[in-house]
Ligand binder design. Structure first.
Ligand SMILES: [Zn+2]
Length: 183
């Protein structure tokens, strides 16, 4: 699967000067919702990502809301597992709501569309672990962490993307006065 072509075709690959959630600046932003709005593409992504973990027995898949809701659903469908999502708890972490439950010992896969620092998927992982879930892997459509993300379990992505990202004080786009877009 040519993931980058899918992002491009659906207008989900943005080029400019972006403030990422991590606080870093980048000339590239992947707006995964624009890709995942197409159910057939979303399902294809879910199947491809699920395939990377087909040897694991997984009871549920979890992603951080909102970005991880659709992805969790399509990967869970591919793996024959339950699809959960974690939501902000108002105290900087995430929690499970809406009757979503974890049975102690449930094995789970955590997913996020794009992993940069992995901070938001880590919050979803902590929410599931707090209910007794056992993390068996982390999956992403795109790994743009440059090999930095480490979750202590297998971390697999459909695409590893080496895109420049800068600390604000070292950003050449800032230096050139290119307007910064918050994403
Ligand atoms: Zn900048």
């Amino acid at each position: 699967m040519d993931v980058l072509e899918l992002y491009r075709r659906t207008g989900a690959l943005l080029e400019g000067h972006f403030l990422l959630r991590s606080g870093l600046h980048s000339p590239i932003f992947l707006q995964s919702a624009a890709l995942l709005q197409h159910p057939l593409y979303a399902e294809a992504v879910g199947e491809a990502l699920g395939k990377l973990f087909e040897d694991e027995k997984v009871d549920f898949v979890i992603g951080p809301a909102l970005g991880g809701v659709v992805l969790s659903f399509v990967v869970a469908k591919a793996l024959g597992a339950r699809a959960l999502f974690a939501e902000k708890d108002g105290q900087g972490g995430m929690t499970l709501r809406r009757g979503l439950t974890v049975n102690p010992g449930d094995r789970f896969l955590a997913v996020e569309d794009v992993v940069t620092t992995g901070e938001s998927v880590r919050k979803a992982i902590r929410a599931a672990e707090a209910r007794g879930g056992v993390l068996v892997g982390v999956g992403a459509i795109v790994d743009r962490s440059g090999g930095e993300a480490d979750f202590g379990v297998p971390f697999r992505a459909l695409l590893k993307l080496e895109v420049p990202q800068y600390l604000p004080e070292a950003c050449p786009l800032c230096r050139d006065g290119v307007p910064l877009e918050e994403v």
